[in-house]
Write a protein that binds this ligand. Structure first.
Ligand SMILES: NC(=O)c1ccc[n+]([C@@H]2O[C@H](COP(=O)([O-])OP(=O)(O)OC[C@H]3O[C@@H](n4cnc5c(N)ncnc54)[C@H](OP(=O)(O)O)[C@@H]3O)[C@@H](O)[C@H]2O)c1
Length: 354
């Protein structure tokens, strides 16, 4: 049966990879709607090619969901803009292929509860979560999740990163991605977000989630089971692999892609992450430990800081400092409703824009 799909963030890195997957399997998928914020020409041209409706503007994602029916909604916008349309899609009974990790960082508890209540699935698109999800397909009690991190462009740079430019931070060694996630990867905030996302997606204690630096980006993550066995998923870095898996799960479809040549790779290496160079990982652990709406503050402060770093308004080292300051000053807001998540988000933006 042909799967009907809505793509939110269709003109971005994930959106375009998803369109590539869909076009290579025309009998399997039908895209009914695309949403983007401002890339009008690109969005209209994809819509024409796919025979889909195009939505543009700040509220385009919500409108695309509200005005169309689909089996799967691929959420691939950036930051908090993914939350409302994802909830709207869940409410309409669509499965979610989730790329926008901030949705789970800000409101993982509510989004997963709403999905359970509505009987819909949240299928991971992030390569690390897809890897773990693939390792879990045989069942078994999980004792540990191990997320791999490339380490980004500053893995072996001098420890003082205060003079880093936007161009430097956007130079990711193994993945070509949108700007926000690329900057987040360079600070390793992205990896911290992924730990929180993994906690909610797989219902695992935060203390049972580890990060290991793996600069080759070939092992996309690992799962250790209670019998001491650890499974890993490997493939060359290509987001079309996890996107396709999220759209076809529990099946796999053929694809003409580069496969692994292990002998040519020679060796795969792993090491601990450096907590001094990457303070954002510590801030993520502190936000999780603080509880309440601290993770919503964390995500909102990071979104503000990355946006302002890219505009040249703050320096690179100010990203972590901004987040730390917000976490220290934020009022304790009990995370007992989605309204509380919005309140934490609004407090953070107002506090930083004052
Ligand atoms: N790229 C990756 O390899 C990768 C891997 C794992 C996870 N992710 C996650 O996937 C998400 C998307 O990343 P990306 O790299 O694809 O980002 P990106 O290249 O910057 O693309 C973002 C897309 O979202 C659209 N958008 C932004 N705000 C919107 C709004 N309010 N309403 C509707 N559309 C909006 C943009 O439209 P315009 O073009 O019109 O601005 C664009 O199509 C992020 O949360 C990221 O963390 C990405």
């Amino acid at each position: 049966m042909t799967k009907k799909i809505i793509i939110l963030g269709a003109t971005g890195s994930i959106g375009e990879s998803a369109i590539d997957v869909v076009l290579s399997h025309p009998d399997e998928f039908k895209v009914v709607a695309l949403a983007a914020r401002s890339s009008k020409e690109k969005c209209l041209s994809y819509a024409e090619k796919l025979g889909a409706k195009a939505y543009l503007g700040e509220d385009s994602a919500v409108r695309a969901v509200e005005e169309n029916d689909a089996d799967v909604c691929l959420t691939a916008t950036v930051g908090m803009s993914g939350l409302k349309p994802t909830l709207a899609a869940i409410d309409k009974g669509m499965d979610i292929a989730l790329a926008t990790k901030e949705v789970m960082v800000m409101a993982g508890e509510f989004v997963s509860a709403r999905a359970r209540e509505k009987g819909v699935r949240i299928l991971p698109v992030d390569s690390e979560h897809s890897a773990m999800f693939q390792c879990m397909q045989g069942g078994g009690k999980i004792s540990k999740l191990i997320l791999t991190a490339s380490g980004g462009p500053f893995l072996d740079a001098p420890a003082d990163l205060s003079g880093v430019s936007v161009e430097d931070a956007l130079r990711h060694p193994s993945w070509k991605m949108g700007p926000k996630v690329t900057i987040d990867s360079s600070t390793m905030m992205n990896k911290g977000f992924e730990m929180i996302e993994a906690k909610w997606l797989f219902d695992v204690d935060f203390s049972d989630i580890e990060v290991v630096v793996h600069p080759q980006s070939i092992v996309h993550s690992l799962v250790t089971f209670e019998d001491g066995s650890t499974l890993a998923q490997l493939c060359p870095p290509d987001m079309r692999v996890p996107i396709q898996y999220a759209l076809t799960w529990p099946e796999r479809l053929p694809a003409e892609r580069r496969t692994l040549d292990l002998a040519r790779l020679g060796s795969l290496t792993f090491r601990k992450s450096d907590p001094v160079r990457f303070p954002c990982l510590r801030l993520v652990s502190e936000a999780v430990a603080a509880g309440g709406c601290a993770c919503a503050v964390l995500a909102a402060a990071d979104e503000w800081a990355v946006e302002n770093f890219m505009k040249g308004a703050i320096g690179y080292a100010d990203i972590a400092k901004t987040v730390e300051e917000c976490l220290a000053k934020a009022p304790k807001i009990a995370c007992d409703s989605l309204d509380a998540v919005w309140e934490a988000n609004d407090w953070t933006w107002k506090h930083l824009s004052r």
